[in-house]
Design a binder for this molecule. Structure first.
Ligand SMILES: *Cc1c(COP(=O)(O)O)cnc(C)c1O
Length: 390
């Protein structure tokens, strides 16, 4: 059976889709727009730090692009998610429902608030949180009470549900939302990988009470480091701006603060880069979708492996292209990863599911069979927009 995966053939196919010689990164940023001009603007004006016109402009552009009523720029996506959870009402000793198959920051942002992640399974169709597994788990352990939903096994309050749109593919938002509504739990979207991704023609990150975006160096657009909180709620937006900017009271010269606030501001320099990048987002999405289509066609004849295609109802940004190895040949994943990397084609597995990391081993969780299975079979391959040139 094991010989059904033609590793040499796969390396050749990835090389031909990449269409360039030499080493190819997994996701490389591209600065072909107004980046230098806007950065020079910051330096010439001396506004390089936490105040400046690019922060306001970046927030307006994000709001316009996503259709979210408000966007609040932050120092990074993890900080954005932490604040989003805090504003959704997550407190110390609460539980926050997250997928086991995600980047560690999804769980860390809950931990920073003293809360405990509660892991739920993913589904094959979206690679994200399974609405069915979520409903079954809440049915099994959830108890509606005076102060909300209690986990009858741990006694802790369950405070929020955090789906994550893996590799830019939207989760089953209508399914997850239906469960969240049935239990009156707020949904906070980890949309850090899905800028540019639509679900039923609406931008991901606008379905939850709040959501988080990331502009880290490896994301579809980058500000060097950066993030944003999205929300349609005016009061939550005001609170988000306030507590990410040291909770300073607005005054021409006095220095007063009315609560403990964070310094999670995005510097103007980074926002300037963000404005130039956001101007190019739609082009990046188009080229990444073309690249994904080339992968799909090129892998058509290969056995033992397939390219993950966006779920129905989605327009995915295809942030990272994702190969799925068949279950019966999954034992050869590391052999494939080694061969691709040795050929100069950067490839990597999915994240180690978080419930297996030492600090999260004892956290509550449902059955995680699908997440465990997917983790054995996922290989991400070079996905930079530049590879779709020509
Ligand atoms: C990138 C990412 C984050 C965090 O973003 P940073 O800007 O790097 O802090 C959070 N969750 C997921 C799933 C991510 O991919």
């Amino acid at each position: 059976m094991a010989e059904r995966l033609n590793i040499g053939g796969i390396v050749e196919v990835v090389r031909s889709v990449a269409g360039v010689a030499g080493s190819v990164g997994l996701h490389e940023p591209e600065f072909c727009g107004n980046e230098k001009s806007y950065l020079n603007d910051c330096i010439d004006s001396t506004f390089v730090s936490s105040i400046g016109k690019f922060v306001d402009r970046f927030e307006e552009m994000l709001s316009e692009h996503t259709g979210s009523r408000h966007a609040i720029a932050c120092v990074n996506g993890t900080a954005a998610l932490q604040v989003a959870l805090q504003l959704a009402g997550v407190r110390a000793n609460d539980e926050v429902i997250v997928p086991a198959l995600t980047f560690v920051a999804t769980a860390n942002s809950a931990s920073f608030l003293g809360a405990v992640p509660h892991f739920i399974d993913s589904e094959d169709r979206t690679l994200g949180l399974s609405a069915k597994a979520l409903a079954e788990r809440l049915e099994a352990i959830g108890e509606k009470s005076q102060e909300g939903v209690r986990n009858s096994e741990t006694g802790r309050r369950i405070a929020a549900i955090v789906p994550m749109h893996a590799f830019g593919h939207p989760v089953d938002l209508s399914g997850v939302l239906a469960v969240a509504e049935a239990w009156s739990l707020p949904m906070v979207e980890d949309a850090t990988e899905s800028l540019g991704t639509l679900y039923r023609n609406r931008h991901t990150g606008t379905f939850g009470l709040l959501s988080a975006l990331s502009f880290n160096g490896n994301k579809i657009i980058t500000t060097g480091g950066g993030g944003a909180i999205l929300t349609n709620d005016d009061e939550l937006a005001r609170r988000a701006k306030h507590i990410t900017t040291t909770a300073k009271m607005n005054h021409p010269w006095a220095f007063d603060h009315d609560e403990v606030g964070y310094n999670f501001r995005l510097p103007n320099l980074n926002a300037a880069l963000g404005c130039a990048q956001l101007e190019q987002l739609e082009g990046f999405v188009q080229r990444k979708r073309r690249l994904a289509d080339r992968y799909r066609q090129a892998f058509d004849g290969l056995s033992g492996i397939r390219v993950f295609i966006e779920p129905e109802g989605a327009r995915s940004n295809y942030w990272l292209n994702c190969l799925l190895i068949d279950e019966n040949v999954a034992v050869r994943r590391d052999e494939l990863l080694t061969a691709l990397n040795q050929a100069g084609l950067m490839a990597r597995p999915a994240w180690t599911p978080i419930h297996r990391l030492p600090m999260y081993r004892k956290c509550p969780r449902g059955c995680l069979d699908v997440a465990e299975d997917l983790e054995q079979r996922i290989v991400n391959v070079p996905s930079s927009a530049r590879l779709a040139h020509g």
